[in-house]
Design a protein around this ligand. Sequence first.
Ligand code: HEC
Length: 173
Amino acid sequence: MCTHKILLAALLLAAGAARAEQPNLGRPVSESDLKAWDISVLGDGTGLPPGSGTPAQGARVYVEKGCATCHGEGGKGGRNGALVGSPPIDRIEAPKTIANFWGSATTIFDFTRRAMPYVQPQTLTDDEVYALTAFILEQNKIIGPNDVIDAKTLPKVKMPNADNFIVRFPDRI
Ligand code: HEC
C-alpha cells in the first residue's frame, strides 16, 4: 500500500470511531415537542386550526391582552407599528402595513399566534387569534363587521396588495 492509501485508511478508521463515540447530547424529539414548533400556516390556509372569531370578539381580546400598549388604540399605531391603515407605498421607505403590503390574510393569523403579544408569544388561544385576525381585517375595512373568521373563511379573504406579488421563478416551485 502506498503512503496515501494508508493515510486514507487511517482517516476512514478515525472517522468511523468518531461516529461511534457520539457526544450523547440531547434527546430524540417527542411528538408533543414537535407539535409546539409545527405551527406554520400557509397562504392557502394549510395548517389553520379549528376555531373561529369575529371582529367584536377581537376588539375585546385586543384590549384584554394589552395589544394597545404597543400598537395603539384600535391598532392605529403607537410605540410599535400600526396594524390598521394603508398609507401609499410611493417611496422605498414608505411604511409597509398589513393593508398596503401583506399578500395573504392567513399571515395575520400565523404571525399573531407565533409572535404576539411581543413579550408573551404563543399564549393566545386559537379562538383569540381568529378573533384578533378578524378585528384587524375589519378595522382595515377588508372584511365586514359581522364576518366570522375561521379556517374556511380566512384563506378566502383577498388582501388589497395580493396581486402585486410576482413569482420570479415559477418553474422552481
Ligand atoms: C410589548 C409590545 C407589543 C405588544 C404588547 C404587542 N405587540 Fe404586536 N408587535 C410588536 C412589535 C415590536 C412588532 C414588530 C415585530 C417584528 O417585526 O418582528 C409587532 C408586530 C405585530 C404584527 C405584525 C405587523 C406588521 O405589519 O408587520 C401584528 C399583526 C401584531 N404585532 C399583532 C399584535 C396583537 C394582536 C397583539 C395583542 C395580542 C400585539 N401585537 C401585542 C410589539 C407588540
